[in-house]
Ligand binder design. Structure first.
Ligand SMILES: [Zn+2]
Length: 260
Protein backbone atom coordinates (compact mmCIF):
# COMPACT_ATOMS: atom_id res chain seq x y z
CA UNK A 1 0.00 0.00 0.00
CA UNK A 2 2.88 2.34 0.78
CA UNK A 3 4.42 1.87 -2.67
CA UNK A 4 1.08 2.63 -4.32
CA UNK A 5 0.44 5.69 -2.11
CA UNK A 6 3.95 6.97 -2.92
CA UNK A 7 3.20 6.81 -6.65
CA UNK A 8 -0.01 8.76 -6.18
CA UNK A 9 1.48 11.46 -3.98
CA UNK A 10 4.69 11.56 -6.00
CA UNK A 11 6.47 11.41 -2.65
CA UNK A 12 5.11 14.89 -1.81
CA UNK A 13 3.76 13.65 1.52
CA UNK A 14 5.50 11.21 3.81
CA UNK A 15 4.05 7.70 3.75
CA UNK A 16 5.27 5.25 6.37
CA UNK A 17 4.67 1.53 6.50
CA UNK A 18 3.64 0.34 9.95
CA UNK A 19 4.57 -3.25 9.11
CA UNK A 20 8.27 -3.99 8.98
CA UNK A 21 9.86 -5.95 6.10
CA UNK A 22 9.06 -9.47 7.29
CA UNK A 23 5.82 -8.77 9.14
CA UNK A 24 2.72 -10.55 7.90
CA UNK A 25 -0.43 -8.39 8.13
CA UNK A 26 -2.21 -11.49 9.47
CA UNK A 27 0.01 -11.83 12.55
CA UNK A 28 1.28 -8.26 13.04
CA UNK A 29 0.51 -6.54 16.35
CA UNK A 30 0.95 -2.76 16.46
CA UNK A 31 3.53 -1.48 18.97
CA UNK A 32 2.57 1.50 21.17
CA UNK A 33 4.77 3.66 18.91
CA UNK A 34 2.86 2.40 15.83
CA UNK A 35 -0.44 3.32 17.49
CA UNK A 36 0.85 6.83 18.20
CA UNK A 37 2.10 7.21 14.62
CA UNK A 38 -1.31 6.13 13.27
CA UNK A 39 -3.06 8.51 15.64
CA UNK A 40 -1.12 11.47 14.26
CA UNK A 41 -1.31 10.49 10.59
CA UNK A 42 -3.51 12.26 8.09
CA UNK A 43 -4.93 8.86 7.14
CA UNK A 44 -4.26 5.16 7.58
CA UNK A 45 -4.40 3.23 4.32
CA UNK A 46 -4.90 -0.52 4.75
CA UNK A 47 -6.25 -3.39 2.65
CA UNK A 48 -9.31 -4.71 4.48
CA UNK A 49 -10.45 -5.52 8.02
CA UNK A 50 -10.26 -9.27 7.17
CA UNK A 51 -6.63 -9.08 6.03
CA UNK A 52 -5.49 -6.41 8.49
CA UNK A 53 -7.09 -7.72 11.67
CA UNK A 54 -4.69 -5.49 13.65
CA UNK A 55 -6.64 -2.45 12.52
CA UNK A 56 -9.14 -3.09 15.34
CA UNK A 57 -6.38 -2.41 17.91
CA UNK A 58 -5.41 0.95 16.53
CA UNK A 59 -7.13 4.32 16.57
CA UNK A 60 -6.72 6.78 13.73
CA UNK A 61 -8.83 9.80 12.82
CA UNK A 62 -9.18 8.78 9.18
CA UNK A 63 -8.87 5.45 7.37
CA UNK A 64 -9.03 4.20 3.80
CA UNK A 65 -9.67 0.51 3.12
CA UNK A 66 -8.16 -0.07 -0.32
CA UNK A 67 -10.21 -3.22 -0.90
CA UNK A 68 -13.35 -1.09 -0.66
CA UNK A 69 -12.12 0.92 -3.67
CA UNK A 70 -11.80 -2.16 -5.90
CA UNK A 71 -14.92 -2.52 -8.10
CA UNK A 72 -17.03 -5.45 -6.92
CA UNK A 73 -16.89 -7.14 -10.31
CA UNK A 74 -13.11 -7.49 -9.92
CA UNK A 75 -13.16 -9.02 -6.45
CA UNK A 76 -12.24 -12.71 -6.42
CA UNK A 77 -14.08 -15.30 -4.37
CA UNK A 78 -11.84 -17.53 -2.26
CA UNK A 79 -11.70 -20.75 -4.35
CA UNK A 80 -13.23 -23.21 -1.86
CA UNK A 81 -12.49 -26.22 -4.09
CA UNK A 82 -8.73 -25.92 -3.64
CA UNK A 83 -8.70 -24.92 0.04
CA UNK A 84 -6.98 -27.75 1.89
CA UNK A 85 -7.84 -26.39 5.35
CA UNK A 86 -10.88 -24.62 6.74
CA UNK A 87 -10.30 -20.90 6.34
CA UNK A 88 -12.27 -20.06 9.48
CA UNK A 89 -12.36 -16.31 9.72
CA UNK A 90 -8.86 -15.94 8.28
CA UNK A 91 -9.67 -14.23 4.99
CA UNK A 92 -13.44 -14.28 4.48
CA UNK A 93 -15.20 -15.38 1.30
CA UNK A 94 -13.69 -12.63 -0.81
CA UNK A 95 -9.96 -12.81 -1.39
CA UNK A 96 -8.51 -9.51 -0.11
CA UNK A 97 -5.00 -9.92 -1.63
CA UNK A 98 -5.74 -7.88 -4.76
CA UNK A 99 -2.52 -5.86 -5.04
CA UNK A 100 -0.27 -8.41 -6.80
CA UNK A 101 -2.49 -7.88 -9.87
CA UNK A 102 -1.42 -4.69 -11.71
CA UNK A 103 -4.83 -4.57 -13.45
CA UNK A 104 -6.59 -4.47 -10.06
CA UNK A 105 -4.23 -1.78 -8.78
CA UNK A 106 -5.00 0.17 -11.95
CA UNK A 107 -8.66 0.25 -10.88
CA UNK A 108 -7.86 1.36 -7.35
CA UNK A 109 -5.35 4.12 -8.28
CA UNK A 110 -7.83 6.86 -9.22
CA UNK A 111 -10.37 6.27 -6.40
CA UNK A 112 -7.45 6.29 -3.95
CA UNK A 113 -6.14 9.53 -5.47
CA UNK A 114 -9.59 11.08 -5.06
CA UNK A 115 -9.79 10.00 -1.40
CA UNK A 116 -6.34 11.45 -0.70
CA UNK A 117 -7.22 14.59 -2.66
CA UNK A 118 -10.24 15.14 -0.42
CA UNK A 119 -7.88 15.23 2.57
CA UNK A 120 -5.42 17.58 0.84
CA UNK A 121 -7.48 19.65 -1.63
CA UNK A 122 -4.48 21.74 -2.68
CA UNK A 123 -2.82 18.57 -3.97
CA UNK A 124 -5.91 16.95 -5.49
CA UNK A 125 -5.03 17.78 -9.09
CA UNK A 126 -1.47 16.53 -8.74
CA UNK A 127 -2.70 13.29 -7.14
CA UNK A 128 -5.18 12.70 -9.97
CA UNK A 129 -2.46 13.37 -12.57
CA UNK A 130 -0.12 10.96 -10.80
CA UNK A 131 -2.85 8.31 -10.66
CA UNK A 132 -3.38 8.68 -14.37
CA UNK A 133 0.34 8.30 -15.01
CA UNK A 134 0.37 5.25 -12.74
CA UNK A 135 -2.48 3.68 -14.74
CA UNK A 136 -0.34 4.03 -17.86
CA UNK A 137 2.67 2.41 -16.20
CA UNK A 138 0.52 -0.42 -14.87
CA UNK A 139 -1.03 -1.03 -18.27
CA UNK A 140 2.47 -1.45 -19.73
CA UNK A 141 3.53 -3.66 -16.81
CA UNK A 142 0.45 -5.84 -17.25
CA UNK A 143 1.20 -6.33 -20.97
CA UNK A 144 4.82 -7.13 -20.16
CA UNK A 145 3.95 -9.80 -17.57
CA UNK A 146 1.26 -11.23 -19.85
CA UNK A 147 3.85 -11.70 -22.60
CA UNK A 148 6.30 -13.16 -20.10
CA UNK A 149 3.87 -15.94 -19.09
CA UNK A 150 2.29 -16.54 -22.48
CA UNK A 151 4.73 -19.26 -23.50
CA UNK A 152 4.95 -21.11 -20.17
CA UNK A 153 4.17 -24.82 -20.58
CA UNK A 154 3.84 -25.73 -16.89
CA UNK A 155 1.07 -23.76 -15.25
CA UNK A 156 0.21 -25.69 -12.10
CA UNK A 157 1.09 -23.99 -8.87
CA UNK A 158 0.26 -24.69 -5.22
CA UNK A 159 0.38 -21.85 -2.73
CA UNK A 160 1.06 -22.01 0.97
CA UNK A 161 -0.85 -18.82 1.64
CA UNK A 162 -3.32 -17.40 -0.92
CA UNK A 163 -1.69 -14.04 -1.56
CA UNK A 164 -1.01 -14.52 -5.29
CA UNK A 165 -4.39 -15.72 -6.59
CA UNK A 166 -5.24 -12.48 -8.41
CA UNK A 167 -1.85 -12.55 -10.12
CA UNK A 168 -2.03 -16.26 -10.99
CA UNK A 169 -5.49 -15.92 -12.48
CA UNK A 170 -4.58 -12.80 -14.42
CA UNK A 171 -1.64 -14.53 -16.12
CA UNK A 172 -3.24 -17.88 -16.79
CA UNK A 173 -1.61 -19.99 -14.08
CA UNK A 174 -3.61 -22.68 -12.32
CA UNK A 175 -3.85 -23.02 -8.52
CA UNK A 176 -4.07 -26.67 -7.49
CA UNK A 177 -4.04 -26.22 -3.71
CA UNK A 178 -4.13 -23.54 -1.03
CA UNK A 179 -2.37 -25.19 1.86
CA UNK A 180 -2.63 -22.84 4.79
CA UNK A 181 -5.44 -20.31 4.47
CA UNK A 182 -4.74 -18.79 7.88
CA UNK A 183 -1.06 -18.17 8.65
CA UNK A 184 0.20 -19.70 11.88
CA UNK A 185 -2.24 -22.63 11.89
CA UNK A 186 -0.75 -26.11 12.33
CA UNK A 187 -1.34 -28.75 9.67
CA UNK A 188 -2.85 -32.00 10.96
CA UNK A 189 -1.29 -35.29 9.75
CA UNK A 190 -4.55 -35.98 7.91
CA UNK A 191 -4.52 -32.76 5.96
CA UNK A 192 -0.80 -33.20 5.33
CA UNK A 193 -1.58 -36.51 3.60
CA UNK A 194 -4.42 -34.96 1.58
CA UNK A 195 -2.14 -32.13 0.48
CA UNK A 196 0.65 -34.47 -0.63
CA UNK A 197 -1.86 -36.55 -2.62
CA UNK A 198 -3.31 -33.44 -4.25
CA UNK A 199 0.10 -32.13 -5.31
CA UNK A 200 1.04 -35.51 -6.78
CA UNK A 201 -2.28 -36.17 -8.53
CA UNK A 202 -2.38 -32.73 -10.13
CA UNK A 203 1.31 -32.85 -11.08
CA UNK A 204 1.82 -29.52 -9.41
CA UNK A 205 5.05 -27.91 -10.53
CA UNK A 206 5.99 -25.65 -7.63
CA UNK A 207 4.91 -24.65 -4.13
CA UNK A 208 4.85 -20.91 -3.57
CA UNK A 209 5.71 -19.38 -0.25
CA UNK A 210 6.63 -15.95 1.09
CA UNK A 211 9.42 -14.56 3.29
CA UNK A 212 6.74 -13.57 5.83
CA UNK A 213 5.84 -17.23 6.48
CA UNK A 214 7.70 -19.85 8.55
CA UNK A 215 9.72 -22.10 6.25
CA UNK A 216 9.57 -25.36 8.26
CA UNK A 217 5.99 -26.46 7.47
CA UNK A 218 6.35 -25.35 3.82
CA UNK A 219 9.51 -27.39 3.33
CA UNK A 220 7.96 -30.43 5.02
CA UNK A 221 5.04 -30.43 2.55
CA UNK A 222 7.31 -29.79 -0.43
CA UNK A 223 9.80 -32.51 0.48
CA UNK A 224 7.05 -35.07 1.06
CA UNK A 225 5.41 -34.26 -2.28
CA UNK A 226 8.67 -33.87 -4.21
CA UNK A 227 7.84 -30.35 -5.33
CA UNK A 228 10.32 -27.45 -5.19
CA UNK A 229 9.59 -24.43 -3.00
CA UNK A 230 9.66 -21.03 -4.69
CA UNK A 231 9.66 -17.89 -2.58
CA UNK A 232 8.15 -14.67 -3.85
CA UNK A 233 7.36 -11.61 -1.79
CA UNK A 234 3.91 -10.01 -1.99
CA UNK A 235 4.92 -7.20 0.38
CA UNK A 236 8.32 -6.25 -0.92
CA UNK A 237 10.29 -5.87 2.30
CA UNK A 238 12.70 -8.71 1.58
CA UNK A 239 13.41 -7.44 -1.95
CA UNK A 240 13.89 -3.84 -0.90
CA UNK A 241 11.60 -2.71 -3.72
CA UNK A 242 11.12 1.03 -3.76
CA UNK A 243 8.48 1.01 -6.49
CA UNK A 244 5.44 -1.15 -7.10
CA UNK A 245 6.48 -1.98 -10.67
CA UNK A 246 9.91 -3.01 -9.44
CA UNK A 247 8.39 -5.36 -6.87
CA UNK A 248 6.13 -6.98 -9.45
CA UNK A 249 8.90 -7.35 -12.06
CA UNK A 250 11.22 -9.04 -9.58
CA UNK A 251 8.55 -11.47 -8.41
CA UNK A 252 7.35 -12.22 -11.94
CA UNK A 253 10.93 -13.00 -13.01
CA UNK A 254 11.41 -15.48 -10.14
CA UNK A 255 8.12 -17.20 -10.90
CA UNK A 256 8.75 -17.35 -14.64
CA UNK A 257 12.20 -18.87 -14.12
CA UNK A 258 10.77 -21.47 -11.73
CA UNK A 259 8.11 -22.53 -14.25
CA UNK A 260 10.34 -22.53 -17.31
ZN1 LIG B 1 -3.60 -13.57 3.63
Amino acid sequence: MKLIVDEITGGSIEARSLLRPNDSPHTYTPTPADAVAAQHALTLVYVSPELDGWIAQIGSPHRIAAMGLLPESLRLKMPEDVLMEEDGHGHGHIDPHFWPDPAAVMEVAMPLALELGRLLPEKATAFADNAQALEGKLRALDAEIKAQFAGIAHRKVAVFHPSWLYFLRRYGLEVTAIIEPSPGKELSPRSMEAIINRLKETQTRILLTEPQLARGPVQAVADAAGVPVVEIDPLGGSIGATMYEDLMRKNAAVLQKALS
